[in-house]
Write a protein that binds this ligand. Sequence first.
Ligand code: IPM
Ligand code: MG
Length: 367
Amino acid sequence: MTHKLMILPGDGIGVEVMAEVRKVLNWLQSESGIAFDISEGLIGGASIDAHKNPLTDETLAQCRKSDAVILGAVGGPKWADVDYAIRPEAGLLRLRKELGLFANLRPAMVFDALVDASTLKPEIVKGLDILIVRELTGGVYFGEPRGIEDLGNGQRRGFNTQTYTTEEIQRVGRVAFELARKRRNKVTSCEKANVMESGKLWREEITALHKAEYGDVELEHMYADNCAMQLLRRPSQFDVIVTDNLFGDILSDEASMLTGSLGMLPSASLGKPGAPGLYEPVHGSAPDIAGQGKANPLATILSLAMALRYSLNEGKTADRLEQAAQAVLNSGTRTADIMAPGCRQVSTSGMGDALIEQLRKTKAKAA
Ligand code: IPM
Ligand code: MG
């Protein structure tokens, strides 16, 4: 069976980290007998430059035909001043929306080797394993009306709409409860029910869903601001956090720093069964370090591992990839973002090479 993969490197460091994913795919293809049919396309600024459009219909159609889409990152200062509808980010948002990818899984795991890379005390982050389930196709990111209007008196008014329906809340809630059952059986649901109607509805619907279908899972509600604080105070209290699009964007960036670096966090965006999943690092295009070989490719490579697990039914290979990443870190190999005294600093491609070397070693051992 051949897995159809669509690769979208995007902008900035997206291009560099995807080159390392390619290396891993080539290795898997030739050494572990998994067959990939790989297409590549443009998204974000790269697509704006080529087609004046951050995501063309052709590229979208290619994505739809794939089993999984692996994306690097989009955006950069070059395209910062264009209209929202044609900004690089709009390409990514359209892709998520058109593929119906309503559940975004962002695991924040602290590898033992990186305990000291976090800005938090080791005893706070050691062994940490949190899963943020972010709603991805609703909320203020997509709500109408939105815009900037001229008030005519030298004043303008900017506005967006936060909106959620019962179904949107239920389906992402289900994903969170199901995943919690396979983990430590606890869900923390975050909103601002104290000030927002959409948050009140969120809390009511999650409560009702819990009562009807998931009474065996521990459920806790938390205001999103409190959650932001608790993530730093005592992160080990969390198992699965389910939250809306905007709070999920913010809380997942915060959670990434528990793990030491945004360069370590993968993500999976899933829709209805059978729909292609989208796999991308949580980090952005990092224009400040783009093109310098400094970026950490592990978040994107770990996103490939999630693709193998959730879309391609290759769970064993996903395990191998994650174990190899762990072994490379244990051996003291580091990119700049996670560098520590006594470790060996490598470039983006150096990290990719170290990972392949590790895969080779474990294969030789198993043989
Ligand atoms: C993310 C990013 C995106 C988002 C941007 C690039 C549109 O920050 O995936 O977290 O806000 O969703
Ligand atoms: Mg973000």
